[in-house]
Design a protein around this ligand. Structure first.
Ligand code: ATP
Ligand code: MG
Length: 437
């Protein structure tokens, strides 16, 4: 095996075009394929950005290079120092004639799937070898889109004057209902992994007014569905002096901003995934919870007023409403304790879900900012106000009216990349059956 020593990359594969003809370059990557044809060896080198043809002809390279690449297995890591030659038939119109090749790591085994094959083995098999699986062009496309989605989300919030914050992921009490928590041993006490930054981001409106957080949250989901994981990336925002109407508008603009960014920054990746992203027109469509029940009823799916929407109901919405939309005016009893009931009818509340077809992408709303009401609502939901003393006491020092949302990044990625299974858009998914890799 060779050592890296002083070699450093001069170009990524796709940077080599006919314009580079004659240039001396150093490229790195893994072997995507290697074949001999009429005495010439074609080594296709792949890096993060694409592929590159390395052409090894007896009359152009030293015999030691030919010996070196003989029997080289796919996925081995190589470095090539050589000269670029423009050639029409090669990918992006250029090949590299090697002067020197280093083998930096030898692949010992063939993985149980091919990089470029259309047929794929089961997702589980691929996840078991996830980092190798990520070399497949489809996955590079999905995660490049994820990277640019995150970048665009940050840009949007910074442009709109939000501060980025991080809150603790080790917490003392549940915020979204007790069942879905992972307990941890915290020194000699019991703690939990945070299922949301909810109360912390609300508290931060007291001092920072407009905040956002992008971070992990943990849900001890007992069910195994195509849209639930035990660990997700949550995009949260919270803002003082606004209500759920303002927040819905902010979320709509954020969605528009992200899609426009992807249209220009990830054109090739979207094409590879066969996804056409249309810029949604604002304002986005809105339905009240009661209107949604009517739509469902007409389709023969009866949901009792007050209940959450069950999976068969969501499936129908997937067919009837294949677009971004909001569901508003939820029954107060179906939403967490911190959501503000409507002033004129406390049976319904100032909450919304942000949807695309059957997929819930985000939930948000106006928050309760009266201490008395919050205590009453905690009790109504069977939670002990004493456990929330660390939060409730802040209300004695002036809590501004505020509102916000929490958005599941993986759910958004499912919609943006048109993937059915949330595991496809998660680098290392965690569910009931999977704790590795
Ligand atoms: P669902 O009804 O789909 O289970 P939820 O209403 O329980 O979600 P919220 O508490 O509203 O979830 O969390 C805010 C957002 O976080 C959701 O809209 C969703 O995008 C995402 N989310 C929540 N739980 C999960 C999970 N287990 N896996 C993936 N995403 C999740
Ligand atoms: Mg929700």
């Amino acid at each position: 095996m060779d050592e890296l020593n002083g070699w450093r990359r001069t170009h990524y594969s796709i940077d080599l075009t006919p314009n580079c003809d004659g240039a001396e370059v150093i490229v790195f990557g893994w072997v995507a394929s290697i074949r001999e044809q009429g005495g010439i060896t074609f080594l296709i080198l792949q890096d993060r950005e694409g592929i590159l043809q390395i052409t090894i002809r007896k009359d152009e390279v030293s015999p030691s290079i030919i010996k070196k690449v003989k029997g080289l297995r796919e996925h081995s890591i190589v470095a090539v120092k050589g000269r670029v030659r423009s050639i029409e038939k090669a990918p992006h119109g250029a090949e590299v004639i090697p002067k020197e090749i280093k083998i930096l790591a030898l692949a010992q085994k063939n993985p149980p799937f091919k990089l470029f094959s259309k047929t794929q083995p089961s997702l589980d098999k691929r996840l078991d070898l996830r980092a190798v699986d990520l070399r497949r062009p489809v996955n590079r496309a999905i995660f490049k889109i994820r990277h640019h989605t995150l970048a665009a989300i940050r840009e949007f919030f910074l442009k709109e004057g939000y501060w980025e914050v991080n809150t603790s992921k080790i917490i003392a009490t549940a915020t979204e209902g007790g069942a879905a928590l992972f307990p941890i041993l915290y020194y000699d006490k019991e703690g939990f992994l945070a299922q949301s930054p909810q109360l912390y981001k609300e508290q931060l409106t007291m001092a920072f007014e407009k905040v956002f957080e992008i971070g992990p949250v943990f849900r001890a989901e007992p069910s195994r569905t195509l849209r639930h994981l035990a660990e997700i990336t949550s995009v949260d925002m919270e803002e003082a002096y606004v209500n759920y109407e303002d927040v819905m508008m902010t979320l709509s603009k954020l969605t528009q901003y992200v899609i426009q960014a992807l249209q220009t920054r990830c054109e090739n990746e979207l094409k590879l995934l066969n996804v056409k992203l249309e810029t949604p027109k604002l304002p986005l469509k809105r339905y009240t919870y009661s209107e949604i029940l009517e739509i469902l009823n007409k389709e023969g799916e009866y949901v009792k007023w007050g209940e959450d929407l069950p999976t068969p109901a969501l499936k129908i919405l997937g067919e009837k409403l294949p677009e971004f939309y909001f569901i508003t005016n939820w029954p107060t009893s179906s939403k967490p304790f911190y959501i503000k009931p409507c002033d004129d009818n406390p049976e319904i509340c100032e909450a919304f879900d942000f949807m695309y077809g059957s997929i819930e992408i985000a939930s948000g709303g106006t928050r309760v900012n009266s201490k008395r009401l919050l205590i009453k609502k905690l009790k109504e939901q069977g939670l002990k106000p004493q456990l929330f003393e660390y939060h409730l006491k802040l209300f004695d020092y002036g809590m501004p009216p505020h509102a916000g949302f929490g958005l599941g990044l993986e759910r958004l990625m499912m919609v943006l990349t048109k993937r059915e299974n949330i595991r496809e858009v998660t680098i290392f998914p965690r569910d009931r059956l999977r704790l590795t890799p």
